[in-house]
Design a protein around this ligand. Structure first.
Ligand SMILES: [Zn+2]
Length: 448
């Protein structure tokens, strides 16, 4: 692919200006074929800790870009040339520096003699080393991330080289991924290089609308914009989902992160209404394990429900079972056909029942309060069960109902002024989602 091949060479040049030029050379098709990733002016799109998320959009580069922050390193605007090399097994410092084009015996002497710089000799394979040299190969600056997360820097001053070590700056960038479900959500996420924690977050975000256990269909699509944390250009972990879109069985759901004036963060649809519902659609936590059961079936929920006025979730013995809403335990014990069973009273006329359990979570007994999503028990095959599964009932006035057909209470709406702020804030993220969602196959192809 264009970017993957070109990038290391481009990096070796002075970057700020030239990279922008290179990016603009991409055709629209290539734009779609790369994941969007921030690279320039990193601080500008870190999420600011105020009441609205700062949705200033990053410029785009490929997700195969290993070190997007190089361009933003202090000193990147200086006159020299930045290069980067990964330390290889058996490397000596001299060998790595030589690969980086450093031709500077005095610098090697300095590293040997300086107590701070000496730690450079403790090379860890796989770690990147970045140097800036002038045209003659003289070392102007060097950066290396130490094992303890600190950043070792060498820099040349009029008095000569100096070394310092200190906390490495952490940066947050947005990444974008999109995919189409062929076998399972996790398989599609893997194909799109979506980290597992983001995939689980994606399921969490939409779990008020989609039963990820029963509702997924082949051809469902997702697009997600999420945070990635970098320490000196090294990805160190994912953050939150900023925006996401899920097309399930022809229905499109969108979610945008919103932080209220009280600091509470939650997801809202593009018109500002809360995504969080009073009930989760599924009592099963979505995971690689349970998703394996999902993909085996893709079967319509109604068939299951009509059979016996409940919804069955086949899952391995011991899989955690969650309360689908806040409530109070009415019953936790053994009943004939149900085996070990929990019945929970929720607000108003609603209650839920969880049967065939192998065990209850601690603190679950009649009268105990449970929060939505809390683990209350574990999958088993007690009572009249032919194999390990959860039998789940949704009841209205103690009568089994198909939750799909019941109008459920929604979360708190925004005030009109909050709505205006929200709508202004989500516009750029919405455009990103549209871009990703319009070509999931292109993105997938780029990842294969
Ligand atoms: Zn059942």
């Amino acid at each position: 692919m264009f970017m993957a091949a070109q990038y290391p060479r481009i990096l070796a040049q002075r970057l700020r200006a030239s990279l922008r030029g290179a990016i603009s050379l991409l055709s629209p098709g290539q734009w779609l074929a790369v994941a969007v990733l921030a690279f320039s002016g990193m601080a500008a799109f870190g999420v600011a800790p105020d009441s609205t998320l700062d949705l200033a959009l990053p410029e785009a580069v490929t997700r195969s870009l290993p070190h997007p922050t190089v361009a933003a390193l202090p000193g990147a605007d200086a006159a020299g040339y930045w290069r980067e090399e990964r330390v290889q097994r058996g490397d000596t410092l001299g060998r790595v520096l030589s690969r980086l084009g450093v031709d500077d015996p005095d610098a090697l002497k300095f590293v040997h003699a300086d107590p701070v710089a000496r730690s450079l000799y403790q090379l860890k394979p796989g770690k990147p080393l970045r140097v800036e040299t002038d045209a003659e190969g003289r070392l102007l600056a060097l950066r290396s991330l130490a094992g303890n997360g600190e950043l070792l820097s060498l820099s040349r001053t009029p008095e000569g080289l100096s070394a310092s070590i200190g906390p490495a700056p952490t940066e947050v960038q947005w990444k974008m991924a999109a995919g189409e479900i062929r076998s399972s959500l996790f398989a599609a996420a893997d194909a799109a290089d979506l980290p597992d924690p983001v995939t689980r977050q994606l399921a969490d975000v939409f779990e008020g609308d989609i039963d990820f256990y029963h509702d997924l269909r082949r051809g469902d699509r997702f697009a997600v914009v999420y945070e990635m944390r970098y320490v000196d250009g090294e990805p160190v972990g994912v953050g939150r989902i900023i925006a996401a879109e899920f097309v399930n069985d022809g229905r499109t759901f969108r979610a945008f992160l919103w932080r209220g004036a009280d600091g509470y963060e939650g997801y809202r649809t593009e018109d500002g209404s809360a995504l969080r519902k009073a009930f989760l659609r599924s009592p099963m936590e979505f995971s690689r394990i349970t998703s394996g059961f999902t993909q085996a079936r893709f079967h319509p929920i109604l068939q299951t429900w009509r059979a016996h006025k409940g919804i069955d979730y086949a899952a391995p013995m011991g899989t955690p079972v969650r309360a689908t809403a806040d409530g109070k335990v009415l019953f936790a014990g053994v009943q004939n056909g149900y085996g070990n069973v929990i019945h929970i009273q929720h607000q108003g006329v609603f209650s839920t029942l969880y049967a065939h359990l192998s065990a209850f979570a601690p603190d679950i007994h009649p009268g105990s309060h449970v929060a939505q999503g809390a683990v209350i028990a574990f999958v088993g095959e007690t009572g009249w069960a032919t194999g390990p599964h959860l039998h789940y009932e949704f009841r209205v006035n103690n009568e089994q109902q198909n939750p799909d057909s019941v109008a459920l209470p929604n979360g708190e709406p925004l005030t009109p002024s909050e709505t205006a702020t929200f709508l202004a804030g989500v516009a750029p993220a919405l455009r990103q989602l549209a871009l990703a969602g319009s070509s999931p196959r292109g993105l997938l192809a780029a990842g294969e």
